[in-house]
Design a protein around this ligand. Structure first.
Ligand code: FDP
Length: 307
């Protein structure tokens, strides 16, 4: 590690640091799998509990992370997007609960586009009635030309680094998000059909001559915002649709990182994602996140104050 990321890591509590390093170890192995095992990109004959077809690589990466977290004596429970239930991997004396999406955007793997993993670390052995504000830390990994990690730890802020092949990391400084943005990332645009206010928001971006930047992989679209230090991501449903994105695996960790960078992350009613009460492990939500003023403006359109 270079000095800056070493300083960040040195400030983290020893047990949490050990856990984070352990997960980064398995991330290196996942990266190798993605680069060398093209047979694992094929579909498996199964669906996850959200009704999404699973690829072999979804199951493989899930298993790799689960095995690693079962061995280290630090984790009592895991919750994965690719598991049907929570899995107790250690006894109650182990301090942490880890929720993860092993491979976000795996449907893009066949197109050779970047994708990522998302991790959230909690204290205790249940998340029911907890909120994002209780998160200890969260991070995501982008498997792109380089393997990039963006990590937020409560009270320590956010660090971004590139994982090199030899397990070393090189550090890149990242500042806070600016309050306005010139780019917008508009997921589920089809919802404009049944949501007039959402359509007006889209028109607003066109009239403002903003630039659309959208990959279709949540973690990659959010990373674009974080690395450009500006932008807004929207994934809102129409009145006929249920929300798609998952609160625990996807929205909470990304909201935690964005808020640490002075950005904002809310649902379509304006409720901060970090204030949503966890009632169910597989809860879903709409999300609007990114540059603070831009999020505020989007909400004004959705509440029909600007329509
Ligand atoms: P995908 O279904 O391709 O795995 O939650 C998963 C996710 O991708 C996100 O990464 C992405 O932002 C979103 O769903 C894309 O949803 P749409 O298919 O509705 O565009």
């Amino acid at each position: 590690m270079t000095l800056d990321s070493q300083i960040f890591f040195d400030k983290i509590d020893f047990k949490l640091r050990t856990l984070l390093n352990d997960i980064l170890g398995v991330v290196q192995e996942i990266n190798l799998e993605l680069r060398i095992r093209s047979d694992s990109f094929k579909e498996h004959e199964s669906e996850n509990r959200f009704g999404e077809k699973q690829l072999k690589i979804d199951l493989l990466t899930n298993e790799m992370i689960k095995q690693q977290l079962s061995r280290n004596g630090l984790v009592n429970t895991i919750l994965s997007e690719e598991e049907d239930e929570i899995v107790e991997v250690g006894d109650r004396s182990c301090p942490y609960f880890v929720a993860y999406d092993p491979l976000d955007g795996s449907s893009l793997v066949k197109n050779n586009l970047p994708l990522g993993s998302i991790f959230a670390i909690w204290e205790g052995s249940s998340l029911i009635h907890k909120k994002g504000k209780d998160l200890l830390g969260a991070f995501y990994v982008i498997y792109g030309i380089k393997v990039t990690v963006v990590m937020a730890v409560r009270q320590l802020g956010v660090v971004q680094f590139v994982l090199e092949n030899d397990n070393k990391t090189s550090f890149e400084v990242k500042g806070n998000l600016s309050i306005d943005s010139k780019n917008f990332s508009f997921g589920n645009m089809r919802a404009c059909h049944g949501n007039r206010n959402l359509f007006r928001l889209l028109e607003h971006y066109v009239n403002e001559e903003k630039t659309l930047r959208y990959v279709g992989c949540l973690v990659v679209d959010c990373h674009k915002i974080i690395s450009d230090q500006q932008g807004i991501f929207i994934y809102v449903n129409s009145k006929k649709q249920e929300p798609k994105l998952r609160l625990i695996f996807e929205c909470l960790p990304l909201a935690f990182i964005i808020e640490e960078l002075q950005g904002s992350a809310v649902d379509d009613q304006g409720k901060p994602i970090l204030d949503i009460d966890i009632m169910d492990y597989y809860q879903r939500t709409s999300i609007i996140l990114g540059s603070r003023n831009e999020v505020k403006r989007a909400l004004q359109y959705l509440e029909n104050e600007m329509g």
